[in-house]
Design a protein around this ligand. Structure first.
Ligand SMILES: Cc1cc2nc3c(=O)[nH]c(=O)nc-3n(C[C@H](O)[C@H](O)[C@H](O)COP(=O)(O)OP(=O)(O)OC[C@H]3O[C@@H](n4cnc5c(N)ncnc54)[C@H](O)[C@@H]3O)c2cc1C
Length: 413
């Protein structure tokens, strides 16, 4: 389709509004969320909703047409997202399937991988996840120890991954493994597309402090993958991982054009507005509380402007790709502030779950989970390192393993 043939955003918005009203079920505000960990039905429903979007011609708005998308712009996506508020949407697919894995395959994958995996995800047939972090640590991703050894035309994978969001519900994973022990750590890695149900994979669900079992850990015992599973080039997996991390930081920071609909889809711990919380606990006239509400609101407004500025800066080349870490860091800071202020406003009830019971309990759980926003997509400390080294040009952190063959790198047991 030529540039002039693209439907204008307002016409697209009106068409989306009418279709949503005719087709998509409304969110029930009184629906009881499923108990944490008991969310298989959510995934069945998510696939159904994605299939409905696909059948209606509103799936994969920013993905190219040749891979099943609509080939439209971020402005079209934003219009659809705004219209979709209040309707049930397949929000669980936004991260990591659509905003991290599919764009990475789009940027770095083979023609076959793009045609098969991206199209299947847009149709609602497949879910994609990330196998990056390992039990030995996630920040030093290039230091991972899961191995892929060549055996004729195939690769044999051995090792372990952890913290894989939603892996139990997924079909395919982008899995980073070491393919050359004689190269320095960044140069001996390869990215693979791995079926999550492949023979040799043992998957276990991890129970978090809020009862959710959304995270998984995987153990690989001689998992055999074909040569066509390689994403990008053999031993150039760091280039693929870097692109993936860019998409992850953009997504977590709130700037991905591939996210459709608003919210996380994690209904078990919805965030409440601080004004509602202040009212619920009878503290809306307290000057200190009003200051907290204002501070949090100001952060939220700045966050939205920052997302626009940084995404435009990266798109136009005015800012380097690592600038995505600015959005990602500010997201964590804003999220923390919201959870901290919420508990402070609720006072003792926010800890004991007394008084306005359900809300107080929700705030306590949110507080326990707030650490997650400064870890997922790379930690806040790593974001600060990236901003200082790659954007501000400050000296690089010392690394004893830089340019050392990985085989010779000293590691703890
Ligand atoms: C919500 C959520 C979703 C996630 N989803 C996935 C997923 O789908 N797939 C996946 O593979 N992983 C996933 N992760 C894992 C995530 O990528 C890791 O938690 C993260 O990279 C940090 O790794 P780690 O937990 O092993 O901490 P570590 O790397 O062990 O770090 C521990 C602490 O040390 C600090 N630190 C480490 N190195 C440095 C340094 N050089 N300078 C300063 N401070 C440092 C870190 O900031 C952190 O505070 C997810 C995590 C969360 C919270």
């Amino acid at each position: 389709m030529t540039e002039t043939a693209i439907e204008d955003v307002e016409t697209f918005r009106r068409r989306a509004r009418a279709w949503l009203a005719d087709t998509m079920p409304k969110v029930d505000p009184d629906a009881v969320p499923p108990p944490p960990g008991d969310d298989d039905e959510e995934w069945v429903r998510t696939r159904e909703l994605q299939k409905m979007l696909y059948a209606g011609g509103f799936a994969g708005i920013c993905f190219p047409k040749e891979y099943g998308g609509l080939g439209l712009t971020p402005a079209h996506q934003l219009a659809f997202t705004e219209e979709s508020v209040g309707y049930q949407m397949p929000l669980l697919l936004n991260v990591p399937t659509f905003s991290i894995c599919a764009p990475t395959i789009l940027d770095m994958g083979s023609e076959e991988q793009k045609k098969e995996r991206i199209s299947a995800a847009i149709r609602g047939d497949e879910i994609l996840v990330q196998f990056l972090s390992e039990p030995s640590g996630g920040s030093d991703l290039a230091g991972l120890i899961t191995r892929a050894d060549k055996d004729g035309d195939t690769w044999v994978i051995n090792g372990a991954k952890t913290w894989s969001t939603s892996a139990y519900a997924a079909d395919w994973a982008l899995c980073l493994a070491r393919t050359d022990l004689d190269a320095p750590k960044h140069r001996g890695l390869t990215m693979f597309l791995m079926p999550t149900k492949a023979e040799g994979i043992t998957m276990r669900r991890i129970t978090q402090v809020n009862g959710s079992t959304e995270f998984c850990e995987e153990f690989f015992d001689n998992v055999v993958l074909p040569a066509s599973a390689v994403v990008g080039e053999v031993n150039d997996g760091w280039a693929v991982a870097s692109r993936q991390l860019f998409h992850e930081r953009t997504a977590v920071g709130g700037g991905s054009p591939y996210v459709s609909g608003r919210g996380t889809g994690r209904v078990s711990t919805p965030k409440s507005d601080l004004v509602d919380i202040a009212r619920a606990f009878g503290r809306s006239e307290d000057a200190a509380v009003r200051e907290m509400v204002g501070e949090s609101r100001a952060h939220h407004v700045v966050q939205q402007q920052l997302i626009r500025r940084v995404t435009q800066g990266i798109e136009t080349g005015a800012m380097p790709a690592p600038a995505a870490s600015i959005m990602r860091l500010f997201h964590a800071e804003t999220d923390w502030m919201l959870d901290d202020h919420a508990v402070a406003i609720a006072g003792a009830a926010g800890v004991t779950g007394a008084d306005t019971q359900a809300l107080a309990a929700q705030l306590s759980v949110n507080y326990l989970m707030r650490q997650g926003s400064s870890l997922g997509g790379g930690s806040s400390e790593m974001s600060r390192n990236i901003i200082s080294e790659r954007i501000l040009g400050m000296p690089r952190e010392f690394a004893a393993d830089r340019d050392v063959p990985f085989r010779e790198v000293k590691r703890g047991r």
